[in-house]
Design a protein around this ligand. Structure first.
Ligand code: GLU
Length: 291
């Protein structure tokens, strides 16, 4: 088919515009690339041009990249908080923040804030700051639906288990169950799911809310969450050490709880999946900002 020159030129302009737009809206932190911008604290101040937020790209219902769309509970919470800090949704650049790279990304100024199922721990608190928490999950196990041999971490003796490098989930297994279980670490949870489906591992471990989203995403009912959580994972907002944004982020989280938005975000993102948040622990009490 012959196309007019104008149509071809318009298509070319549209293609360039689309490329520019997608470059503006997403960045992948996984390749070690450092987006150029002013210091994290400067660009996170109210009224700046844009804000770079680290999320997961492969956790359905929490932080998920679907083409040019970003969805999930962390995305909703981050969008709400950013708005309270003075940034509209189109001023947000979503950056992939894999578990093992979150502290480094904040230390290097690659992102301004991280909302990525990011548990507050003493170890992490030494090198980054945390606002929040805004949610509490618990570490659990995901197994094949026909497996009745694993009902909790004490049944892992002699089993192969997959988890993600740099996560509290992998660390807890190494600390408490190393002598019984063969731990295989992967960069992301989607890799672990493949191993579980294909039979290379017997279970995947991480936070219950993540596992529920992954199981539902599998679709076929092939996987089930054991439902016996064995930790408390307090999800914080990661910010660079010494940032002056902790108080403003905490104020935004308080508003999000008070106006019912947190509840709405949880409901919206867990609808249709077998997951109920622990009502005794949610919504969590904010901890004090260190800076
Ligand atoms: N919440 C845990 C952590 O921060 C596990 C989930 C994750 O890997 O993001 O390490």
């Amino acid at each position: 088919m012959k196309r007019s020159r104008t149509a071809t030129a318009l298509t070319a302009i549209a293609a360039v515009a689309a490329l520019t737009l997608s470059a503006c809206q997403a960045d992948t932190g996984g390749d070690g690339e450092t987006p150029s911008s002013s210091s994290a604290t400067d660009s996170a101040s109210v009224g700046g041009g844009s804000i770079r937020i680290g999320i997961k790209f492969d956790q359905p219902g929490l932080g998920y990249q679907d083409g040019s769309e970003y969805t999930g509970f962390d995305v909703d919470v981050a969008t709400y908080v950013a708005e309270k800090l003075g940034y509209s949704a189109d001023q947000i650049t979503w950056v992939e923040a894999p578990s093992a790279q979150r502290e480094t990304m904040l230390e290097n100024g690659q992102v301004d804030m991280i909302f990525a199922t990011y548990s507050i721990t003493d170890e992490r608190d030494k090198v980054v700051d945390f606002a929040g928490p805004y949610f509490v999950a618990g570490q659990d196990l995901l197994v094949r639906s026909d497996d009745t041999s694993i009902t909790g971490p004490d049944d892992l003796n002699g089993k192969n288990l997959c988890s993600v490098s740099g996560s509290t989930s992998a660390q807890r297994i190494k600390d408490d169950y190393a002598d019984q279980v063969q731990l295989i670490e992967q960069p992301g949870y989607s890799e672990c799911i493949q191993f579980l489906v294909q039979g290379q591992v017997d279970a995947v471990t991480t936070d219950d809310i993540i596992l529920a989203g992954l199981a539902a995403n599998e679709g076929s009912g092939a996987l089930k969450v054991v439902g016996n959580p064995f930790s408390e994972e307090q999800y914080g907002v990661g910010i660079p050490e010494g940032s002056d944004q902790c108080g403003a982020i905490d104020d935004a989280i308080t508003a999000m709880v008070d106006d019912g938005s947190l509840e709405t975000f949880i409901k919206k993102n867990t609808e249709g999946i077998a997951y109920t948040p622990n009502a005794d622990l949610n919504p969590p009490k904010l901890r004090e900002c260190s800076a």
